[in-house]
Design a binder for this molecule. Structure first.
Ligand code: NBP
Length: 479
């Protein structure tokens, strides 16, 4: 074989990734798709790429140098399993199968284990950045074995996005670590998008500014600490005028947000791990709420506040919203990194959180300068208990908290939903609280279920004889 890398699955993502690979010095790319039409189209439309097309898995395997390396870009789920099974029949021990699709990380753990038994390496790699990222440079989050990283690392580095001279790819950890981190990336993306949407809504309803005027505010914010791809594209979307009606496009788009499931995975996984990713959860639920038109129609007559929402000082309000957005964003990222750390502990991955933040600086949807701050925080203190306690973020929160509170109060008074803003503030107040009413919850649990409690003043586990004389006894620790 003459190709050093192959791509299986030539729909939009696979075709773009194959073209990206072919455009880099030193790569010869073999391509295969289940139905040959897609292969033919790609090869015909891009003669410059020098692709080596294959009609069968056997031909594909024969066109690859050893150890063979192939990246699968097909629909997640059954199709991915089908391709892996076919490749296992034609590959040999030492070869590397990479799944670049959006796999659910437990599937990746299962597949890695099954493939490894044959001596073939399996790498689940999260690839972020959509079609454009695949073509021009994505952020890549590979898991898998150290052995496969030796071969794969240089290839992935050659196609990844570049941030400040560094390729946006790192060996995240073993087996499913890459897809796990990609999942949390998407969860953070949900939170970031929802927070921006809430900021827009509050400004629009508080000031009466047009979407185009608000676009200018976001463009301005994009020059400061909020600088990010998502803020940048928000300005673009708000500026867009619908050709048919002459209205702002945002006003003719149906207000029901879709989702492909990665936000829900992030929240489900966080629930199992016991990590409070409330910002990501609220963002995911906000999409669900929006997508139930029948319930919304039925509830539309429920009363809101009597008074109209007016903002006395528009500039001051906008600045408050900006600070609330930044503070809430810090909470969302802090929660996301907590989930990665908890996942690493649960699944025995050695994940460098600073390295993860660095590979998100370019190529992916949440790309931003901000991520350098996260890398700095973990560099200064690798065992940081929570990102938001790092000096830079703690300082930003202390500067922004008064504005944050004013915005959440204004939203509540005005009857404007701000679930991500307000839940992030509650999280902040919860995590920094000296005492939480969790003590009362423990008392309740002990009352109805004899679940026992600990005391602040002595060792041991206790139970009050609630249905007896209400004296306290030492008890077995049953949690
Ligand atoms: P699709 O997810 O639409 O999948 C289409 C591809 O899967 C075609 O090549 C199709 O072959 C192949 N396929 C199917 Br369906 N069943 C198959 C089977 N049983 N055996 C072999 N091949 C099969 O493609 P996409 O939109 O390019 O996405 C590819 C992957 O990338 C997905 O996992 C997706 O979730 C992920 N993705 C990521 C991003 C991102 O931003 N990171 C964006 C979009 C997609 P055929 O041509 O013969 O039907």
């Amino acid at each position: 074989g003459t190709a050093n890398i192959g791509v299986v699955g030539l729909a939009v993502m696979g075709s773009n990734l194959a073209r990206n690979l072919a455009s880099r010095e030193g790569n010869t790319v073999a391509v295969f798709n289940r139905s040959y039409e897609k292969t033919e189209t790609l090869v015909t439309e891009h003669p410059e790429a020098g692709f080596i097309p294959a009609k069968t898995y056997e031909e594909f395997a024969a066109s690859l140098q050893k150890p063979r390396t192939a990246i699968i870009m097909v629909k997640a789920g059954r199709p991915t399993d089908a391709v892996i099974e076919s490749l296992m029949e034609v590959f040999e021990p030492g070869d590397i199968i990479v799944d670049g699709g959006n796999a659910y990380f437990p599937d990746t753990i299962r597949r890695e284990k099954a493939v490894r038994e044959t001596g073939i390496n399996f790498v689940g790699a999260g690839i972020s950045g959509g079609e454009e990222g695949a073509l021009l440079g994505p952020s890549i989050m590979p898991g898998g074995s150290d052995e496969s990283w030796v071969t794969l690392g240089p290839i992935l580095k050659s196609i990844a996005a570049v941030a400040e001279g560094e390729p946006c790819v790192t060996h995240v950890g073993h087996d499913g670590a890459g897809h796990f981190v990609k999942m949390v990336h998407n969860g953070i993306e949900y939170a970031d998008m929802q927070l921006i949407a809430e900021a827009y809504d509050l400004i629009r309803r508080g000031t009466g500014k047009s979407p185009a005027e608000i676009a200018e505010i976001f463009a301005e914010w994009n020059r400061g600490e909020l600088e990010s791809y998502l803020i940048e594209i928000t300005a673009e979307v708000l500026r867009q005028i619908d050709a048919e009606t002459g209205k702002p496009l945002v006003d003719v788009i149906v207000d029901q947000a879709g989702a492909k499931g990665t936000g829900a995975w992030t929240v489900q996984t966080a629930l199992s791990l016991g990590v409070p990713v409330s910002g990501i959860a609220e963002a995911t639920f906000a999409r669900s709420l929006s997508s139930h038109p029948e319930q919304r129609a039925a509830a539309a007559s429920l009363p809101g506040p009597d008074e109209a929402f007016t903002v006395a000082d528009q500039d001051a309000f906008i600045e408050d919203v900006r600070q609330a957005l930044y503070a809430s964003k810090i909470v969302a990222y802090s929660q996301g990194f907590d989930e990665i750390r908890a996942g690493a502990a649960e699944y025995n991955w050695q994940i460098d959180l600073g390295a993860v933040s660095k590979i998100w600086r370019a190529g992916c949807i949440i790309r931003a300068q901000f991520l350098n701050r996260i890398a700095d925080a973990y560099a200064a203190e690798p065992e940081l208990p929570a990102l938001l306690t790092a000096p830079y973020f703690a300082d930003a929160l202390s500067r922004g908290q008064a504005a944050w509170r004013r915005v959440v109060i204004a939203a509540a008074q005005a009857g404007i939903p701000a679930p991500a803003f307000s839940s992030s503030l509650s999280y902040y107040d919860g995590i920094r609280a000296d005492r939480l009413p969790a003590a009362l919850v423990q008392g309740q649990r002990d009352f109805f279920g004899a679940h026992t409690y600990k005391r602040i003043d002595k060792e041991g586990t206790f139970h009050t004889l609630w249905s007896g004389d209400r004296s306290e006894i030492e008890a077995e620790d049953t949690h």
